[in-house]
Write a protein that binds this ligand. Sequence first.
Ligand code: SF4
Length: 304
Amino acid sequence: MDYSAMQDELRALARAKDAVVLAHNYQRAEVQDAADFVGDSLGLSRQAAASEASVILFCGVDFMAETAAILAPEKTVIFPEPRAHCPMAAMVDAEGLAALKAEHPGAVVVSYVNTSAAVKALSDVCCTSANAAEVILAMPADRPVIFTPDCNLGAWVSQKTGRELILWQGYCPTHDLIQPEDILEARDAHPEAKVVVHPECRPDVTVLADAVESTSGMIRFCREDDALEFIIGTEEGMIHRLSTDVPSKRFHLVSQAVVCPTMKMTTLRKAIEALRNGGPVVSVPEETRAKALAAVQRMVEIGR
Ligand code: SF4
């Protein structure tokens, strides 16, 4: 299908409305191609905060649009598909986290950015998949650490840092679809390729990979590594991103099943309609925003 007319329409509307269009790496290819910036959740939020535009059209899932609203409260954050709730972020809520904190009164709480603003507000510091190890290593050695919500990312970072973590038992249903057999079959089909998977994959999958990388880390790894072919263990949209950024190399999705239905809910048509209508708009109550911002800022101080 030729999307160029709709992409032109979206770009023209964005100019007219003083909007910047942000799209996550897992968005549909035609949405990525119409965006001003494509990236991971934190990178996009930083773009949101740094942009001079007064309006942000955020093509992603709910917690990402909220994070943009946390970092850029003076801007209008438009979220084209309000039903795009990340199921992993929904696996932890403020009440549940408060109860776990009460069970471990001395613990510090590290939350993945894939959480609601309310959960971030109850956390000491946030992390991304790119800096999780660095953040964990910066936590005081004499205090237990609660890690939410992704037990797979938590297990991987625990192994990497040697630090024991109290893991919330959430997970990404899309990355959880990847099985060890998928890696073995993909290696048989592409014997020259290196396997790069996301740390949201299960431990029995990450152990089989040549590299475990965040989405931004995958781009860097595939660009710099000697291999010319890669088997990619993350959401399908990343193949488009990698093929665009590293066009001299070949990328194979580890399994055709690795598609996040929530990420694919946003279409070009919905993006255009939302921008034209000026909504739906995402905002975060100020008290929650201030606390959540403190957790995000602590992460930034620790480093990227
Ligand atoms: S890929 Fe996983 S973590 Fe990302 S939005 Fe989809 S369900 Fe959430």
